[in-house]
Design a protein around this ligand. Structure first.
Ligand code: GLU
Length: 446
């Protein structure tokens, strides 16, 4: 009958900090496996460590899962379930699988009494779906603590009781938990339950192949969100950390991944987290957005002053789409020394800067700017686009020398050498502002 049991998986984080991609990839794999089997995915907050668990971190986990689009079917919090654990502790004591142990307190705060599991000291083995057969002799684990008191169960006990009570069929978690599995299997057996199937997924490594950790610069989901990454890009990239589809096509929607994913294609070796690759994915997803979607998703990153100027903002969108690989790069572009700083304000520049380096003649610069001004002026207001601007000047620029014509124009429009081409700059500024800036440049030259 076991084969027909509905698949149940879970994400069981301890809310003791902000999590990086490693934890959310674990959640993602458990989610995918549940969904592809029409099973159930549970979020369980493991907050028995009262000193280190906070509501704030719990909220952050909930928000991050929501942002990533990983919905769960049931939600539990271990601190709400003390009565359930108490029942199991009593049962274990009554059946001789656990006992109240008198302790000699070594330092302040140590208990004089704890509840220990009576270790049968035997070999346990399990077939890990990713790592194959794993065998342990539990003798060296001794009689380990399962509760500090009847009301204060600790990790191994609550973890097992919940997995049993919640009908977990598959435990998909990080391989740092492999060493916990033998104790947990012993507890499963003691409460008369069959252990679930385990799949321990490889750790995430930094580019230097060391374990990804906060100290090593791993950043939280919240930070990726604040930096403007698209959740679709993160989900896609995380799914490929340790797993790859048979045909090696990389850009995949979550639905597609749910169709293609198999646990047996998950590798044993650690997977390297490469932020540049994440950026590449983000770019792929940004490029697929319609202008409207780009606009609304980028909104939080658009400077307020530009939002009040919707005409100009719309003109910036095309350029932004080309320039950024995540929305978080947008604010910098509009800062005074950013490439699009000129949109808000013309940077101050000296007349010399208007001169093309290969032909630093004031007369030539002035004549070319004048011609450019006339050409722009002649474009009807309603067809003042980067393309029409280019068409109106291009032939002249080719005749007189591109640098001779386009350099002074770029400087006149933006006051900065690092800026978009003058056609796009003029388009963004609009006809009136462009002509005003050119006029100002001509005054500087006279
Ligand atoms: N609460 C544990 C942790 O955050 C997870 C335990 C498990 O997945 O079994 O590491």
């Amino acid at each position: 009958m076991d084969e027909q049991k509905k698949v149940v998986t879970r994400f069981a984080p301890s809310p003791t900090g902000l999590f990086h991609a490693g934890s959310y990839r674990t959640a993602l794999f458990a989610y995918i496996f549940a969904r592809q089997n029409n099973g159930k995915f549970i979020l369980r907050i493991e907050d028995t460590d009262k000193m280190r668990s906070t509501k704030e971190y719990e909220d952050n986990i909930i928000e991050s899962l929501k942002w990533l689009g990983l919905s769960y079917d049931e939600f539990y919090r271990q601190s709400d379930r003390t009565e359930i654990y108490k029942k199991y502790i009593k049962k274990l004591i009554d059946s001789g699988h656990a006992y109240v142990s008198e302790e000699t307190p070594k330092e302040a705060g140590d208990r004089a009494e704890v509840i220990r599991f009576k270790n049968p000291n035997k070999k346990v083995a399990f077939d890990d779906l990713i790592r194959g057969k794993i065998e342990f002799d539990t003798t060296e684990l001794g009689d380990f603590v399962i509760a500090k008191s009847i009301d204060e169960p600790v990790f191994h006990l609550v973890n097992v009781v919940d997995d049993y009570e919640m009908g977990m069929t598959h435990i998909i978690r990080g391989e740092d938990h492999i060493s916990n599995t033998p104790r947990q299997i012993l507890i499963f057996e003691a409460i008369g339950a069959k252990p679930p199937i385990y799949a321990h997924i490889p750790l995430l490594l930094g580019k230097d192949r060391s374990k990804l950790s906060k100290r090593k610069g791993a950043i939280s989901m919240t930070e990726y969100r604040n930096r403007g990454f698209l959740p679709e890009a993160l989900v896609n990239y995380m799914a490929l950390l340790g797993w790859h589809p048979a045909d090696d096509i990389e850009v995949l929607s979550l639905e597609q991944i749910i169709k293609d994913f198999t646990l047996d294609r998950v590798q044993k070796a650690g997977a390297i987290f490469d932020e540049e690759k994440l950026q590449w994915f983000d770019r792929q997803y940004i490029s697929k957005l319609s202008d409207n979607d780009f606009h609304s998703k980028a909104s939080a990153f658009i400077p307020e002053w530009l939002k009040t100027d919707s005409v100009r903002l719309n003109r910036c969108i095309v350029l932004l789409r080309e320039k950024v690989s995540s929305f978080g790069e947008i604010p910098k572009l509009f800062e005074a020394d950013g490439e699009l700083g000129f949109v808000k304000e013309l940077k101050s520049y000296t007349p010399d800067m208007l001169l093309w380096k290969k032909n630093p003649s004031k007369e030539a610069a002035a004549a070319n700017l004048k011609q450019a001004s006339e050409s722009l002026e002649a474009i009807p207001d309603d067809s003042f686009t980067a393309e029409s601007i280019k068409n109106s000047i291009w032939k002249y620029a080719e005749e007189k020398g591109k640098g001779d014509v386009l350099w002074p124009l770029r400087m006149a429009l933006t006051g900065q050498d690092k800026s978009p081409d003058p056609f796009n700059s003029a388009f963004i500024l609009g006809k009136v502002e462009s002509l005003t800036r050119i006029k100002y440049a001509l005054e500087k030259l006279s």
